[in-house]
Design a protein around this ligand. Structure first.
Ligand code: CU
Length: 334
């Protein structure tokens, strides 16, 4: 992971100790005063990370949707997964190619008022305008009294905050949202990522059977990022897989007290993520993911997590299951 840090100038010694899970507790305890002294001030922390510059294009899409993309003509709903490591800065040049006022507003990271994406702070793009937003992040620091000030790491998200209303209600409704992951150095990286946004009665602005079918081969490490938007209460449920209800979704040792779940509240504005090995302990198959509010799953908030055989071939029964799902009648809130 250190190659991501961008060069030999980085203060790898103590920061690496903070990042490597097994060493973290002891190392932090032993060297707490030094860490506090070295990284206690925010300018020092900001200077230590790298700055990644990206350009995002906000575009109008067919079907009265809007999306964010990393290149012209590549906008999607949801937008691209944006990732950074704790301590790094993301400098986003947002190009508004549309005729609407819009912005990009992040959850979980640090920013100044002129990067918060809200019209209230005059932080938005007029139609056709290009504007830069700066998202900073910080690592965990040891504080007095055996406490730790949390770092920015987490499964967060970003969304419009200016289209339609001063809260971006119009932009969010039309697809201007996506996942933002801040990783701690040493975190395990997945081989696939799925973003599922539960929004009104839709998943990624689609209803079953048009909801996304997420695919992986047996044993692949897949990362789910679940995000809630809109006006309804949802619960995210994944069949045949489970995760720890903590930052990473993984137990960090035999005595990790995290609750293990396969269903979790997903209210508007909230987000979480986790990694699973596809089909671990249960085998390949067409597994369902859905909102567990019954009128919502019946109304179209359901999709398929297709776990193929390890060689990529279809497991027995999966084609039939997919056909049944696609022919499945969804009632609408009856
Ligand atoms: Cu729901």
């Amino acid at each position: 992971m250190d190659d991501h840090a961008g060069g030999p100038h980085r203060h790898l010694s103590r920061r690496s100790l903070i990042a490597s899970g097994a060493l973290a507790a002891g190392a932090l305890g032993a060297s707490a005063p030094a860490i506090g002294a070295a990284f206690g001030g925010s300018p020092a922390r900001a200077a230590a990370g790298v700055t990644k510059k990206i350009t995002i294009y906000a575009e109008q899409l067919p079907g009265n949707l809007f999306g964010y993309g990393l290149a012209p003509g590549q906008a999607t709903v949801p937008g691209p997964v944006l990732e950074m490591y704790e301590g790094d800065t993301l400098e986003i040049t947002l190009v508004n190619t549309t005729t609407q006022r819009l912005s990009i507003h992040p959850h979980g990271v640090d920013y100044s008022t002129d990067s918060d994406g809200s019209p209230f702070n005059a932080s938005f793009n007029n139609p056709g305008e290009t504007r830069t937003y700066v998202w900073r992040s910080h690592e965990m620091v040891a504080a007095a009294g055996r406490r730790y000030m949390p770092g920015s790491a987490g499964y967060w998200h970003y969304h419009d905050h200016a289209m339609g209303t001063d809260h971006g209600t119009g932009g969010v409704a039309k697809g201007l949202y996506g996942a933002l992951i801040v990783r701690r150095r040493g975190d395990i990286l997945p081989s696939k990522q799925f973003t599922a946004v539960f929004h009104d009665m839709m998943i990624n602005n689609k209803m079953a059977p048009a909801t996304p079918m997420f695919e992986a081969n047996l044993g692949e490490r897949v990362e789910w990022i679940a995000i809630g938007h809109g006006n309804l209460f949802h619960t995210f449920h994944l069949h045949a897989h489970r995760w720890a209800d903590n930052r990473t979704g993984m137990l960090e040792g035999p005595s990790d007290p995290s609750l293990v779940v396969d269903n979790k509240d997903l209210n508007p504005g909230s987000s979480f993520g986790f990694q699973v090995l596809a089909g671990e302990g249960v085998g390949p198959g067409a597994w369902m993911y859905h909102c567990h509010v019954q009128t919502h799953s019946d109304g179209g908030m359901a999709g398929i997590f297709l776990v193929r055989n390890a060689d990529g071939s279809m497991p027995p029964g999966a084609e039939e299951a997919i056909h049944r799902f696609q022919g499945h009648t969804h009632t609408h809130g009856s």
